[in-house]
Write a protein that binds this ligand. Structure first.
Ligand code: R2B
Length: 304
C-alpha cells in the first residue's frame, strides 16, 4: 500500500534495490532499452497499460481505444513500438499502452516485469494495469464478461506460487475490489452481454490443468472432469484462464493497481471445446475492450 501511494505521488517505484545501480537496462523482449530510447518522453504520460495474450487483439485494441479517445484518426496505423523484437508488440494511443503477453504466467510475467520497468524509467505516475483476456466460463452464458473479484491458483489457493533459487515461494493474490467494481459498473442495460464480478481459477495448463480430457496425453476421466468443473462452480468460480494469479500478485508486489477483465468463450459445465464460429468469437473478444474503454474514458473524464 505504501508503495502504491508513492507510485501515485512520485512516479512509479519498484521494490528492487538493484535497479538503482544500473546505468542501462535492456528490456529485451520489447526491443527497447533505457539508453536507446527516451523513456520519459515516450511513456511519461502513460496512465493505463492494457495487456492481453494475442498480438493482433492488442493491436486492434490500441486502434479502438485511440479512436475512442480521439487521438487516433480513422485510417491511421499506429507503429509497433516493440518492432525490434518479435516476442511482444507494444502500441501507444495517448495515455494508453497496449501490449500482448502470450499464454500463461511465465510469458505474461516476462512482459509485465519489462513493462513495469519501462514505466518506472519513464517516471510515469498513477498507472493502472488491466488484463483484457479470453477465458472459459462456469455456469455463465458464453460471451459474458467476467471482472475478477478474486483469483486462485491451480491448487485453489489465493496465492501465486513460483520458484526462486530453486525454492518454492508464494506471493499473495490481492484484488483491488474498488477498481473491479468501477470497471464492472461500466456495463449498460442495453449491452448484449452480462458483466459479472467473480472468482477466477488460474491454471498453468490449458488441457488437463483445466480438467480437459482432449489433450495429447490424459490421465483423467470425463467423470473426473465433470466432478471438478462442478466443484469449481460450487466454490463460486466463474471463469478459468492462465495469467490472473501471477498478474495480480506481481502488480501488487510492484505497487500498481490492476484488474482482470475476460470474456468467456464456452460454459465448461456443458463443453470443453471452443466451437463458436470466428465472427462470433471476434465480436465476443471486443466486449472486454468496450467495457474497459468506457472505464478509461470515465477516468479521463471524456464523455461516454
Ligand atoms: C485464455 O486463453 C489462452 C488459452 O487459449 C490463455 O492465455 C488464457 O488465459
Amino acid at each position: 500500500m505504501e508503495n502504491e501511494n508513492r507510485n501515485a505521488q512520485n512516479g512509479m517505484q519498484l521494490p528492487n534495490p538493484h535497479l538503482a545501480q544500473m546505468t542501462d537496462d535492456n528490456l529485451y523482449h520489447f526491443g527497447i532499452s533505457r539508453t536507446s530510447h527516451d523513456l520519459p518522453a515516450l511513456f511519461g504520460d502513460v496512465k493505463f497499460v492494457c495487456v492481453g495474450g494475442s498480438a493482433r487483439r492488442m493491436e486492434n485494441f490500441a486502434h479502438y481505444i485511440g479512436k475512442e479517445l480521439g487521438v487516433v484518426s480513422a485510417n491511421e496505423r499506429l507503429p509497433n513500438l516493440a518492432g525490434n523484437s518479435d516476442r511482444f508488440v507494444l502500441y501507444k494511443a495517448g495515455p494508453v499502452l497496449s501490449a500482448n503477453h502470450g499464454i500463461g504466467v511465465p510469458s505474461m510475467s516476462v512482459a509485465l516485469h519489462e513493462l513495469l520497468k519501462m514505466l518506472f524509467y519513464a517516471r510515469s505516475r498513477d498507472v493502472t494495469f488491466i488484463r483484457i483476456g479470453t477465458c472459459g466460463g462456469i455456469g455463465v452464458p458464453p460471451g459474458s464478461v467476467i471482472v475478477s473479484n478474486a483469483a486462485v491458483n491451480g491448487k485453489m489457493e489465493p496465492a501465486f506460487e513460483t520458484v526462486v533459487l530453486a525454492k518454492g515461494i508464494h506471493r499473495p493474490i490481492i484484488v483491488d475490489q474498488e477498481l473491479a467494481s468501477q470497471i464492472s459498473s461500466c456495463s449498460r442495460t442495453e449491452d448484449p452481454f452480462k458483466v459479472i464480478l467473480g472468482k477466477t481459477y488460474c491454471t498453468d495448463d490449458f488441457f488437463e490443468g483445466q480438467a480437459r480430457t482432449h489433450g495429447a496425453v490424459c490421465d483423467i476421466s470425463e467423470e473426473d472432469e465433470l466432478q471438478f468443473v462442478k466443484h469449481l462452480n460450487s466454490q463460486g468460480v466463474k471463469n478459468i484462464e492462465m495469467e490472473s494469479a501471477g498478474f495480480f500478485a506481481l502488480c501488487h508486489k510492484a505497487g500498481v493497481k490492476c484488474s482482470v477483465v475476460c470474456v468467456t468463450f464456452i460454459d465448461r459445465l456443458s463443453t470443453e471445446d471452443v466451437t463458436a464460429d470466428a465472427d462470433v468469437l471476434s465480436e465476443w473478444t471486443q466486449r472486454p475492450q468496450v467495457l474497459v474503454a468506457r472505464f478509461i474514458k470515465k477516468r479521463l473524464v471524456i464523455s461516454v
